[in-house]
Design a protein around this ligand. Structure first.
Ligand SMILES: N[C@@H](CCC(=O)N[C@@H](CS)C(=O)NCC(=O)O)C(=O)O
Length: 216
């Protein structure tokens, strides 16, 4: 199977996680960010992740891919339940995380931004949503203050080291880890101890590396 991704894409991390966690092999292919024709040719939309199955057919939508691979692997099933407290955290964090993460993604050597055209495409598209990257970078301290308060809340929900709910892998892990992983690109981020151990453990178990060593 082949998985078409951008390295920075949190939805792609969901799909990458399930392969690693369930021990199934997949070939990861990173598209250039301004390559519209490849994904549109596959699923009719400029969007990743895209799974190409062994029969050649394509599947978009990260959670569909996660459930498909989870069933295929047949090594237990992810619990669907997301605790209301965790969902509330995701809803809040998702209102500002992209302001911290997106401006950094173009400067940490990711393969989807290997050309200037790909960088320009991303900057243009994302600045239309979050405003100037430079202004957002200048507000890092302010955003981090909010984030650290919110992470202290999430820390109270960490019930296990290998999975968030303490009972086994679940959709909570599929939703939360990709955000924490991308936040490791932010210099100055301090994860509380249980979240730090959890993030390190899921990175190791899933094979999705963190950005800690290139944080800016
Ligand atoms: N609902 C989709 C969302 C996927 C998505 O939004 N992917 C982003 C990358 S993070 C994308 O391809 N956006 C188009 C672009 O960046 O031009 C899923 O869960 O797979």
């Amino acid at each position: 199977m082949k998985l078409y991704i951008y390295d920075h894409c949190p939805f792609c991390v969901r799909a990458r996680m399930i392969f690693g966690l369930r021990g199934l092999a997949v070939e990861e292919i990173v598209l250039l960010n301004d390559d519209e024709s490849t994904p549109i040719g596959m699923i009719g939309a400029k969007q990743v992740p895209i799974l190409q199955k062994d029969d050649g057919s394509y599947m978009g939508e990260s959670l569909d891919i996660v459930r498909y691979i989870d069933n295929l692997a047949d090594k237990g099933r992810l619990k669907e339940e997301i605790r209301p407290e965790v969902q509330a955290w995701l809803d809040k964090a998702n209102t500002y995380i992209s302001k911290l993460v997106q401006p950094r993604m173009v400067s940490i050597g990711l393969p989807e931004f290997a050309t200037q055209g790909a960088v320009d495409y991303f900057v243009h598209k994302k600045e239309a949503n979050i405003g100037s990257f430079a202004e957002n970078l200048a507000k890092t301290g302010e955003y981090l203050q909010t984030l650290h308060t919110d992470l202290a809340d999430l820390e109270r929900q960490v019930a296990g080291g290998d999975n968030l709910n303490g009972e086994g892998l679940s959709m909570e892990d599929i939703h939360v880890f990709p955000l924490l992983r991308n936040l490791t690109a932010v210099r100055g981020l301090v994860l509380p101890p249980k979240l730090k151990a959890y993030t390190d453990n899921i990175a190791a178990a899933s094979g999705v590396p963190l950005y800690t060593d290139r944080a800016v």
